[in-house]
Design a protein around this ligand. Sequence first.
Ligand code: BTN
Length: 319
Amino acid sequence: MRRKILKYLKENDGYVSGQELSNQLGVSRTSVWKVIKQLREQGYEIDSVSNKGYALRQSPDILTKEEVELNLNTEFIGKDVKVYESIDSTNKQAKRLAVEDATEGTVVIAEEQTEGKGRRGKSWSSPPKQGLWMTIILKPKIHPSKASMVTLLAGLSVVQAINDCSQNKAQIKWPNDTVINEKKVSGILTEMSSELDLVNYIVVGIGVNVNTQTFDDAIKDTATSLYIEEGKSYERAVIAQKILKKFEQNYILFLKEKNLKLVLDTYEKNCINLSRQVKIIHHNEVEYGKAIGISEEGHLIVLDENGTEKLLNSGEVSI
Ligand code: BTN
């Protein structure tokens, strides 16, 4: 009932009378009032005016199952959302759920991660209330060699979602970081369990610094948040919904061709690296080149110093 009342209030801009709520939901007006009281205690700002009813003025920035699911209009990504107050890592939890019976599209979100993991064995700072720490479980019928493309899809989805609700300044730093004004606002850690020729599951872990106000000295020159860049706070549940929606759209396009062909234009338009210099590292030798595109398989296409085109993976480039 709580969920239904919240949905009703969210869908109505003006006032909804207590009587209307009680008629629609088939519960007493006292029950409606009790739910309104609970919602207020959780931080929802709800006006009440006699003869008019209730109006939702502001939702709190909380990551509850209700908040994430209510305005999520996806087909299968996020149809099952698991939310935790505190967990070691949403990727770790997603992997535990994936080997059990979690279905494709299950999403794991935590208010806080105590062992947030970054790429290349680094840790990922994941304090409560500030960011979005979320992992999507996928079980695609693809060859394991294609799994790395999913991480580019996630990077693109984060950029699209952020630009949907900010000033369009977010860009993808190939393969999957999101930067604003060249500073990192989001990172992605994709992990896979596979056999030789089939994927058991892929977990796509997405970390977004949403309302973070300060960073540790070690990363303060390279990291940023939406709050710092835009000068205002964001509702993390809304960011989560936008990312999940975009991800679903991009993932469906990927599954059609089993490559990035159908999202490549959009990816390239949003990519910060193109036309810029990159450092190519091969067998401990370093040379420089210019990034000129992204391949349908997600490689960075680089023109080396001799004008030769090379397809590089993330281990071979420093940017
Ligand atoms: C990076 O190093 O850029 C990747 C960071 C990925 C962080 C996210 S937060 C949600 C998910 N759970 C984790 O432990 N890591 C990823």
